[in-house]
Design a protein around this ligand. Structure first.
Ligand SMILES: *Cc1c(COP(=O)(O)O)cnc(C)c1O
Length: 410
């Protein structure tokens, strides 16, 4: 997208505002499918939690993607967007048996990640095929907050517990139709992923009625210049070869599944905010914007780096800034960043704002969540209105119980 398009959107819809470029989502989807075109059956299930606007889910559906969901509400959103239940997989962690049963009743594929629920579900519903989430105990990437396959992780059933899984399957007569892993959102090294895949193949041999193997996600996208990005093409070549050999050994053409979130939507997103105040201190220049970690929490929560550009002053000279929010506690987006000279009123753009940005936004400080705009076929479409005071108050109950004068005040 051009700066001029972004500026026009900020002008028309106000700030702060999230903008998503559909063409980038489409090209990422095509990149991933192309990398695996030598596999007969591939299924990409978009991880809804990355960005869950209905328009995005509809776009994914139109591309042929399914959905990966982690709550019954995400399932409902998917169905609302017109996605067929058989194209949705439910991969929750720590949710109740009741929620899993409710989702299953809708015809959605269930993925279970602990022995207790597996046994209970299998006992009650032996005829419903279930996928199991394995923890291969592979450490993916360096950030333990987003690495979920390691030994201390709460996710998945340990590969060392396969004998217990098999006992449950035998005792209940249930059918395991898929094997799944998701090692986290920070895969730097293809070989680590391939190593984890070998563990999945080994596991798969224990189950005779599989339809699919789901390799989860964790594809890395560049957030700044010089960042390592998962080489999807090379990865595709290597895993394709291995997967096709495995299918021959297994004696059945299985479906190869992935559930990318970040890879599909991160780079498609821009977060636009206006600079309220430029404040010089003894050590730095702060630019304070009309937003905060209530709208974009990744820098504060994960220490993530988002590129920040001043789109209002493309010809300006570069200066150093700390970009901060308006939340009343430490609320830093970036420290000591080289940015084109900022004047109060300028619009700045955060890049990679598609994944885990709007979907993690809150009303902290009683601020409204921003609007969302989809840029599609060279046109801006409002896909979510900015919140209003009514959104802040609509579920609050105005009790009238403080009319009596407190007796204890002396
Ligand atoms: C969050 C999640 C994903 C998506 O991860 P990305 O890093 O955004 O691609 C995939 N699968 C499961 C089970 C998840 O919880």
């Amino acid at each position: 997208m051009e700066n001029a398009n972004l500026l026009a959107i900020a002008k028309e819809f106000g700030s702060p505002v999230y903008v998503y470029d559909s063409s980038k989502i489409v090209s990422q989807y095509e990149r991933l499918t192309n990398a695996f075109k030598q596999v007969k059956q591939v299924k990409l299930n978009y991880a809804v939690k990355a960005l869950s606007n209905l328009a995005i889910l509809k776009l994914m559906n139109s591309l042929g993607a399914g959905l990966d969901t982690v709550s019954i509400q995400e399932v409902e959103l998917g169905l609302l967007a017109g996605v067929k239940p058989e194209n949705i997989i439910f991969t929750p962690n720590g949710v109740s048996l009741e929620e899993i049963e409710q989702v299953s009743e809708k015809g959605v594929q269930i993925n279970i990640d602990n022995l207790s629920i597996l046994e209970q579900f299998g006992t009650k519903h032996p005829n419903i095929p279930v996928c199991i989430r394995i923890n291969p105990h592979v450490m993916a990437g360096g950030n333990s907050k987003i690495s979920v396959g390691h030994i201390d992780s709460k996710f998945g059933i340990s590969i060392h517990q396969i004998p217990h899984i098999l006992r449950i399957v035998e005792n209940t007569g249930m059918n395991i139709n898929g094997i799944h892993m998701h090692t986290g959102s920070d895969i730097l090294d293809i070989d680590v992923f391939l190593y984890a895949s070998e563990i999945l193949f080994e596991t798969a041999k224990n189950f005779k009625n599989l339809d699919f193997i789901d390799f989860g996600s964790g594809f890395k996208v560049p957030y700044k210049e010089g960042d390592i990005e998962t080489n999807i093409e090379e990865f595709g070549k290597k895993l394709t070869k291995r997967f096709n050999t495995f299918c021959k050994e297994y004696g059945k053409e299985l479906t190869l599944g992935f559930e990318p979130g970040k890879f599909l939507v991160s780079e498609a997103g821009y977060f636009l905010a206006k600079v309220n105040v430029v404040k010089q201190t003894t050590s730095t220049v702060f630019a304070g914007i009309d937003s905060g970690f209530n709208h974009l929490i990744r820098p504060m929560f994960y220490n993530s780096h988002h590129e920040i550009v001043n789109i209002s002053n493309p010809k300006g000279r570069e200066r150093f800034y700390s970009i901060v929010g308006y939340i009343c506690e430490t609320d830093t987006f970036a420290t000591n960043r080289r940015i084109l000279e900022i004047t109060e009123g300028d619009i700045i753009a955060f890049k990679n704002a598609g994944a885990y940005c709007y979907s993690m936004a809150s009303n902290y400080n009683s601020r409204f969540r921003p609007a969302e705009v989809l840029w599609h076929n060279n046109k801006a479409h409002l896909i979510r209105k900015r919140e209003t005071m009514e959104d802040i108050t609509k579920n609050q109950i105005d009790v009238d119980i403080f009319t009596e004068i407190p007796v204890s005040i002396s």
